[in-house]
Design a protein around this ligand. Structure first.
Ligand code: SF4
Length: 419
């Protein structure tokens, strides 16, 4: 087994022999896998040249060619060009982090004032039909699976809403079989009773399905591309619909075509070369913005976190300094874009980065299924499903709100009214 194909995350002790055999073949024999660039039946193809533009720019990006002069030139420009952005992401920009942060802070203030948005995620199911080798929910990982009933969803949402939260992000594992679009739509309708702003982070769907979910009450859709390197993607997503890279790439565009107000983008930093993935993520946002100028676009910047049954996963070469460089470069290149920093990062890091360039943080987070009441009230964990990954910042909504205020920021729970 070569290094690229080695799966070192999953405890497979309890898999039935046929599943184990299939898992091993998927890991060891690339020819056993389906073509990750070919759409599967039922996947809608849309006309768009954005993929080609992003892939070309990423392929051509040689960050070692950039020098201190290029970085200084980029910092002297009022508007950050694509070339400037490439310089700011390069290793040559590392000594200029302070200047980048100061400029990023100024731009953030110009576009967002002192505000910081607070939301919470809710996982309503953790069934997943994909085999992403870095994720605790993958179909071969031996975890407790759970899908909330509508009554349980309503109860969880009541518990969250009672804290004062007004924005919720609904997540599922990626399983159409267990969490079909109508199940998610019903969950959204329940959420509409309690929250003013609703996002979803689910498996990618077609335009008409996004339209249906929007009619149910979804405001924005977030899809993580994980890595924009298609070859690397092939080695990490061995099975399931998620394996189809281009269908995933076009998700945000399909969501906007389906009437969504906003879309979120991200690579999972640490899976591959983080500078190239950061370039591709920002260019994805940039080109979507040019094509859909009305859309509210945002970036997330997750790094790998440990998962159940594997304590070896950690961000590789993406330390906090590198993450900070990426985030400041994002702000300079895309001053209008929201930037979300999740509870994967520490409280200290999140407190600091919200003063510079991040505009949104999660609070009261659980990545398990159906355990908000237990977590919020400090009870023993009941019959909850396992978590997707371990979080780093477990602050409650109240404590996050207080910390943001004490840091001189103005916490915002919602800025949108339906009339
Ligand atoms: S990353 Fe998403 S699609 Fe992949 S295994 Fe985890 S939950 Fe499933």
């Amino acid at each position: 087994m070569n290094e690229e194909n080695q799966v070192y995350f999953v405890d497979s002790d309890k898999l039935p022999p046929a599943a184990l055999e299939r898992k091993h073949r998927l890991e060891q024999d690339p020819s056993f896998r389906t073509d990750h660039m070919k759409y599967m039946d039922g996947m809608q193809v849309i006309e768009s040249d954005i993929k080609d533009k992003v892939l070309k720019a990423m392929d051509e990006y040689d960050y070692d060619l950039y020098t201190a002069n290029d970085v200084e030139r980029a910092l002297s420009h009022e508007t950050c060009t694509i070339e400037d952005f490439k310089a700011l992401l390069s290793p040559a920009a590392a000594p200029y982090l302070e200047q980048m942060a100061r400029k990023a802070e100024e731009l953030t203030k110009n576009h967002f004032g002192n505000t910081v948005y607070i939301f919470t995620p809710i996982y309503i199911a953790n069934y997943c039909q994909n085999y992403c080798i870095y994720c605790g929910f993958n179909c071969y990982n031996n975890i407790r699976r759970k899908k909330l009933t509508y009554e349980e969803i309503e109860h969880e949402m009541q518990v969250i809403a009672e804290t004062g939260m007004e924005e919720i992000l609904i997540l599922t594992g990626e399983s159409r079989a267990y969490s079909d679009v109508s199940y998610i739509g019903e969950a959204v309708k329940i959420a509409r009773k309690y929250f003013k702003n609703i996002g979803i982070e689910i498996y990618p769907v077609n335009v008409e399905e996004y339209r249906y979910l929007h009619e149910c009450g979804v405001d924005y859709v977030t899809v993580f591309q994980e890595t924009y390197n298609t070859d690397k993607y092939e080695t990490l997503h061995l099975m399931g619909h998620k394996r189809v890279w281009p269908y995933r790439f076009d998700s945000q565009e399909r969501a906007l075509m389906g009437g969504m107000r906003g879309a979120g983008f991200s690579a999972l930093l640490g899976l591959d070369d983080f500078r190239k993935d950061a370039l591709a993520t920002a260019l994805h946002v940039y080109y979507i913005n040019r094509k859909y100028p009305h859309a509210e676009l945002s970036l997330s910047c997750p790094r790998l976190r440990p998962i159940v049954n594997n304590d070896k996963i950690n961000p590789r070469d993406v330390g906090e300094k590198e993450l900070c460089q990426v985030l400041c470069a994002y702000r300079l290149f895309l001053p209008f874009a929201g930037i979300t920093v999740s509870s994967r990062e520490s409280a200290v890091f999140r407190n600091g980065i919200t003063k510079i360039c991040a505009t949104k943080v999660s609070a009261g987070v659980s990545t398990g299924i159906g355990d908000h009441e237990e977590k919020y009230e400090g009870k023993e964990e009941a019959d909850a499903g396992d978590e997707q990954f371990e979080i780093n910042d477990s602050r409650s909504f109240a404590s996050m709100y207080q910390d943001m205020e004490q840091g001189g920021l103005q916490p915002v729970l919602n800025d949108y009214l339906y009339v």
